[in-house]
Ligand binder design. Structure first.
Ligand code: ZN
Length: 416
């Protein structure tokens, strides 16, 4: 591990920092998982592959990683500002299924697609509905701190009271005063003292499908709460890395920090990592734009925007050809280029493996050649140590293949 000083970009400090886990060689990493009410799409592929790479690389360096990624099967509402229907319950009504059937079905298809993308399973994959008592306990703790209030069977986090003791907005860089002004005109806030407050527990109406008894009556947890409950249960009240897509930075992760401080008087995570978004032909992906592509559609080529099918490993390779913090644009041209690049690397690897090199064999390297090969390998590692720059690392792997190719021209030809 000594040879590697891994640096990673911490969203919280807005700079690259030396990675120093709280309790080495152990690393605790929590990543926000999917809300299981539909097929996994490109927007699920990128964080899964990004944090799979983080997990694999840390493990490769000798760290013992506990990777927790949750399944959201309740509490994620269709609207912003704690309004609207539960996304899973809405789908259940449409398809005349039990909400748990919807959650099971899309958890299964998510697992299938993540396996195709060759991602390692998380060490623990907790579900929100399996952690209701833990979430109720957190709400009670926050109420005891005087940082939440009860209205008509719902409990809201009091952001203004919190901000007197801590700083709300430090992850996203948003200023509370601006948030207050920006949300003043919003109506439908009803029960909240302030529009910036968020639900910890929501009272369930009689037609609501998923609800549990609580000290405040029948209800269900707010979406942000589950991640605080599950991360602290399995990784402790302070752990190393919290990851997710940039779309979760605000309000979700900001609220997680507030909840963590309110209950445990400390920031939940030391490093916050966010992968950037994917665009399609330069446009943001969205159902209304007709450019919403599921992973299965990519694998089968069955989408009007796709000119062919692309293998899961082509998709994985394509995602890794960009550093995770840069935007990535999907197009048929870019995917075809990725398909070629991936084949080249895999063929190169196959040939190198078939060479059966031993120090005494006739394929002997002179000192300079050894140096050249080692320089490429070192450069690839250095790229990975620099905030997991897979784009650069892949570039160095191509250089390495080129060098090996020129050194072993004769042998490669006979081996291929
Ligand atoms: Zn989360």
């Amino acid at each position: 591990m000594k040879a590697h000083q891994l640096k990673l970009y911490n969203t919280l400090s807005r700079q690259k920092e030396d990675f120093a886990p709280i309790n080495p060689p152990f690393v605790g990493m929590y990543v926000c998982g999917p809300t299981v009410y539909g097929d996994a799409h490109l927007g699920h592929g990128r964080p899964a592959i990004t944090f799979d790479t983080v997990n694999r690389y840390l493990t490769h360096l000798g760290y013992r990683v506990r990777y927790v990624r949750n399944i959201t099967d309740v509490g994620h509402l269709t609207g912003d500002a704690d309004e609207g229907e539960d996304k899973i319950a809405k789908k259940a009504k449409l398809e005349q299924l039990e909400p748990m059937e919807v959650a099971q079905q899309y958890t299964d298809t998510y697992h299938r697609d993540m396996a195709l993308l060759n991602t390692w399973k998380p060490s623990i994959e907790p579900r929100a509905t399996g952690h209701i008592p833990e979430q109720i306990a957190l709400v009670e703790a926050i109420l005891n701190e005087g940082l939440a209030y009860v209205v008509n069977g719902s409990v809201y986090f009091d952001v203004l009271a919190y901000n007197k003791r801590y700083t709300y907005g430090k992850l996203s860089g948003r200023v509370l005063d601006d948030l207050m002004t920006g949300s003043r005109d919003l109506d439908g806030q009803g029960e909240k003292r302030n529009a910036v407050d968020f639900a910890l527990w929501k009272n369930a109406s009689s037609e609501h499908l998923m609800k549990w008894p609580s000290p405040w009556g029948l209800g269900f947890p707010g979406w942000h709460l589950e991640c605080t409950a599950m991360s602290s249960k399995y990784l402790g009240t302070q752990f190393d890395i919290h990851g997710g897509g940039m779309d979760l930075l605000f309000p979700h992760h900001e609220c997680e920090i507030a909840q963590g401080n309110a209950c445990n008087h400390r920031d939940p995570a030391k490093y916050w990592m966010h992968n950037n978004m994917i665009t399609i032909n330069g446009q943001k992906m969205g159902k209304s734009l007709g450019n919403f592509i599921t992973l299965q559609e990519l694998f089968t080529g069955k989408h009007p925007l796709l000119e062919q099918a692309y293998s899961p490993m082509t998709i994985r390779y394509f995602i890794l050809t960009a550093q995770y913090r840069s935007t990535l644009d999907f197009s048929n041209d870019a995917l075809r280029a990725a398909q070629k690049g991936y084949k080249k690397i895999i063929n190169g690897l196959r040939i190198v493996r078939s060479m059966d090199y031993t120090p005494n064999s006739e394929i002997a390297l002179d000192g300079e050649q050894v140096q050249q090969v080692e320089a490429s390998i070192t450069a690839a590692y250095r790229a990975m140590d620099d905030d997991f720059n897979t784009a650069m690392a892949i570039g160095h792997l191509f250089n390495l293949l080129k060098k090996i190719n020129s050194i072993f021209t004769g042998q490669l030809q006979s081996a291929s």
